[in-house]
Design a protein around this ligand. Structure first.
Ligand code: ATP
Ligand code: MG
Length: 425
């Protein structure tokens, strides 16, 4: 026997037992975006490698060790997108979408990062993301936090997520803080975990969210980012907090919240949960006023966030473990020789008359008993049976599957009216 080919590590199949939940969440997201006036943008999965190096930052985890990059047959270096913001900004510039106008955009799709696969962390994963351009805020920052808060409510998850906020200030403020932080941490180098020691020279701010307890202990007495923020950065954060207070959205300002991507300034925020173990960040985002210019456009303020859909789906399944009960409203059983075709035509006739009705047809014959087993499993409320007698007489039998009601027969011509009547009950 030849060896079986399996999926690549960290690349998941999403099976029918889960896709209904994905579809449900995606449809809520779509409705939410519509209600806030955001437009969908669909972007390529592959971009030229320098886009990510320039946008995300050369010394970030993503660019240093997580990208799927390869040379195409023409020798150009391409990368499977590790996130959506860089490509979105690239597309906006290429098509003039941010030129003298504001934009509110959203996208969804697969992202790729070479990470160690574990629960909530995969090599192909999906993000739903939002990017807005041309608004200096903090009103637009607040709108995005509020819309995510509304999403948790719509999905029944508001009790299991909490909001953390911070301001990263402007680049000069961050630079002064970085210098002070490095000076302090250098004195405690030996107490830091290995990753953090490495980051001292490459990406010292990232040390702030190290999970290592010894590093955390050192950070207790480290310089604090808020002490380095100027008046404008502080007031931006204060105004955002005031909106959230007024709207009744709870949050914690976490002065150690930083992001793994270089392009953020001022507001950063994360929605986190305790239900998913170490992979607790469900949604992360913030302001990135410098990125458009950095990628060759005019200076354009911007705010965005991304939700990790696998994590969101895991959370949804944990909080709402019930599975979808039914796959059909009506099951059509065609029993006996010569009934397959009338069964098919009947199913088509019903779909034509009642486009909302979910009609599941038994294909492949089988005994009365085996067809009823399938009918029951489908979750349908009743089965329509076409046997040889019914087929010959142009009639159909109605057999109720969930309630004590007499079986009866109907002329096929009256079926649509009958279904309309009971379907609306
Ligand atoms: P983490 O600290 O968990 O690695 P990150 O800072 O790298 O996250 P972002 O780049 O901000 O994450 O991506 C936004 C969101 O996308 C994350 O909050 C998370 O929900 C999701 N995400 C990121 N990487 C992965 C992954 N490898 N697998 C599944 N989801 C992911
Ligand atoms: Mg990461």
């Amino acid at each position: 026997m030849s060896q079986k080919i399996t999926a690549i590590r960290g690349f998941n199949d999403i099976l029918p037992a889960e896709t209904w939940r994905w579809a449900e969440v995606e449809s809520v997201l779509r409705d939410l975006m519509r209600s806030y006036g955001y437009h969908e943008i669909r972007l390529p999965i592959v971009e030229s490698t320098p886009l990510f190096a320039r946008a995300i930052g050369a010394v970030t985890d993503i660019v240093e060790k997580e990208m799927y990059s390869f040379d195409d047959r023409g020798g150009e270096s391409l990368t499977l997108r590790p996130e959506g913001t860089a490509g979105c900004v690239r597309a906006c510039l290429e098509h003039g979408l941010t030129y003298n106008q504001t934009q509110r955009l959203w996208y969804t799709g697969p992202m790729f990062r070479y990470e160690r696969p574990q629960k909530g962390r995969y090599r192909q994963f999906h993000q739903f993301g939002v990017e807005t351009f041309g608004m200096t805020g903090p009103d637009i920052d607040a709108e995005q936090v509020l819309l995510t808060a509304r999403l948790w409510k719509m999905l029944g998850l508001d009790q299991v997520v909490r909001l953390e906020l911070n301001s990263l200030g402007e680049s000069d403020e961050r630079a002064r803080f970085r210098a002070a932080l490095v000076t302090y941490l250098e004195q405690h180098r030996e107490e830091l975990d290995e990753d953090s020691q490495r980051r001292l020279t490459s990406n010292p701010l990232r040390i702030l969210d190290s999970k290592d307890p010894d590093t955390q202990a050192v950070l207790e007495n480290a310089p604090r980012l808020p002490d380095f923020l100027g008046e404008e950065s502080l007031s931006h954060l204060t105004q955002l907090c005031a909106v959230l207070d007024a709207a009744g959205v709870a949050y914690v300002v976490n002065p150690r919240l930083v992001r793994g991507l270089d392009y953020y300034n001022k507001t950063v925020f994360e929605w986190v949960t305790s239900e998913l173990g170490a992979q607790g960040t469900v949604c992360a985002g913030g302001r990135y006023d410098g990125l458009v210019e950095q990628l060759g456009g005019q200076k354009t303020p911007a705010v965005g966030f991304a939700i990790g859909l696998e994590r969101l789906l895991l959370l949804h399944a944990a909080v709402h473990p019930e599975v979808e009960q039914s796959e059909a409203d009506v099951f059509i059983a065609a029993v006996g020789e010569g009934t397959a075709q009338p069964g098919l035509l009947l199913a088509e006739q019903l779909r034509e008359a009642l486009p909302d009705l979910r009609v599941l047809l038994n294909c492949g014959g089988g005994s009365f008993k085996s067809q009823f087993k399938k009918a029951d499993k489908s979750g349908a409320r009743f089965a329509l049976v076409i046997g040889q007698d019914e087929a010959a007489a142009g009639r159909v039998s109605v057999k109720w599957l969930r309630e004590e009601r007499e079986q009866h027969t109907l002329a096929q011509a009256d079926l649509a009216a009958f279904l309309k009547e009971i379907h609306t009950l």
